[in-house]
Ligand binder design. Structure first.
Ligand SMILES: NC(=O)c1ccc[n+]([C@@H]2O[C@H](COP(=O)([O-])OP(=O)(O)OC[C@H]3O[C@@H](n4cnc5c(N)ncnc54)[C@H](OP(=O)(O)O)[C@@H]3O)[C@@H](O)[C@H]2O)c1
Length: 314
């Protein structure tokens, strides 16, 4: 039984971990594919378009990431099940990232850092967490877990999803209730997948609808945190919203083009925090264990978990 590791930045690392923990799997790394007929499974990030369809006995594609938009860039992706990575380690990392960045802007840390650089001792008013309304776009595995962690810190939670949901302690909105969700959101956390429906959603129109009613006056303005995908956002609109005060601050982990070009003004904006798509990375040991568990489930003829719905795109 052969697994092909393909289309990522850390293929060798994933492959060596998979070899170390698997019993009977042969692990190959693209482009050293060898005899194509041997390959039954692919552990993939962004494979070269058209490659996977040349593997005649492929039975399963495991996505290295929780999102799968990178896989669907291949217009000829074979019609075998695609499972995405869902894992407690990854979820924990994303929860940390979201909590860290909500606190960072709520507690005005970019301003305090700036004051420190000028050796300036100046009080700035800050609201209590229970006066800050955090709205999470995407109430799935990651958004759901982030909402529970933020609720424990006292924040007021609301969430928006495609279909109707119930989540403890969260005011839930869905579908065409987006405007109502935005109107009373002070800190917008984006944890959506990138699909044909969500591409470019975080744009000028949407940002203008944030925090229209009831914002505590000690919070200087709405905040955007995007840890979903760069294709969800229009960066020129985010910069314009920051410049005219429609946004107070932003934390961006993902970008329209990655790495973020040196020329982007986002790098130098005093209220923007930039991280290099590392909000929640896939741990090699966790992805190896997950891949083996999925392959074993497939071999036993069991129903696979976390299968991607190709019509929804996530
Ligand atoms: N930056 C990083 O390091 C990093 C790491 C991991 C993941 N991610 C990103 O995080 C995303 C979310 O991961 P997850 O595991 O939480 O995914 P998930 O469990 O599939 O949840 C996705 C959520 O988005 C909602 N959604 C999808 N399309 C929508 C639409 N058109 N309108 C409204 N809501 C919509 C879904 O609604 P329903 O509940 O109604 O289906 C669901 O609540 C991934 O797709 C990936 O892009 C980023």
């Amino acid at each position: 039984m052969t697994v092909l590791v393909v289309g990522g930045l850390r293929e060798e690392h994933f492959a060596s971990t998979l070899r170390a923990v698997s019993g009977d799997l042969e692990v190959r790394v693209s482009p050293n594919i060898g005899r194509k007929e041997d390959i039954r499974y692919a552990l993939a990030w962004e494979p070269p378009p058209g490659l996977l369809k040349t593997l005649p006995n492929l039975e399963l594609i495991v996505s290295v990431g929780a999102g799968v938009d990178h896989l669907f860039r291949d217009p000829e992706l074979p019609e075998v099940p695609v499972v995405r990575f869902v894992d407690a380690d990854l979820t924990g990392r994303m929860v940390e990232f979201v909590v860290l960045n909500v606190l960072l802007h709520h507690r005005r840390m970019t301003e305090f850092r700036e004051q420190q650089s000028k050796v300036e001792w100046k009080y700035l008013p800050e609201p209590a967490s229970h006066d800050v309304r955090v709205g999470i776009m995407g109430l799935g595995v990651l958004g759901g877990a982030a909402s529970q962690a933020l609720a424990k810190l006292g924040y007021r939670l609301r969430g928006w999803s495609r279909t109707e949901k119930r989540v403890d302690g969260v005011d839930c909105y869905f579908g065409n209730q987006l405007d109502a969700f935005l109107a009373e959101t002070d800190v917008l956390v984006v944890l959506l997948p990138l699909t044909s429906e969500t591409r470019g959603l975080i744009n000028r129109n949407l940002l203008a609808k944030l925090s229209q009613r009831g914002r505590d006056e000690r919070l200087p303005g709405p905040v955007l945190i995007n840890a979903g995908r760069g294709g969800l956002q229009v960066e020129s609109d985010i910069l314009a919203a920051l410049d005219i005060g429609q946004l107070y601050a932003a934390s961006l982990d993902v970008f329209e083009t990655e790495p973020l070009p040196e020329t982007s003004p986002l790098w130098r904006h005093p209220r923007v925090v930039i991280t290099p798509h590392c909000a929640a990375e896939s741990d090699p040991r966790a992805i190896a264990d997950y891949t083996i568990a999925q392959i074993e489930a497939l071999r036993r003829g069991e129903r696979l978990k976390h299968v991607v719905d190709r019509t929804r795109g996530y």
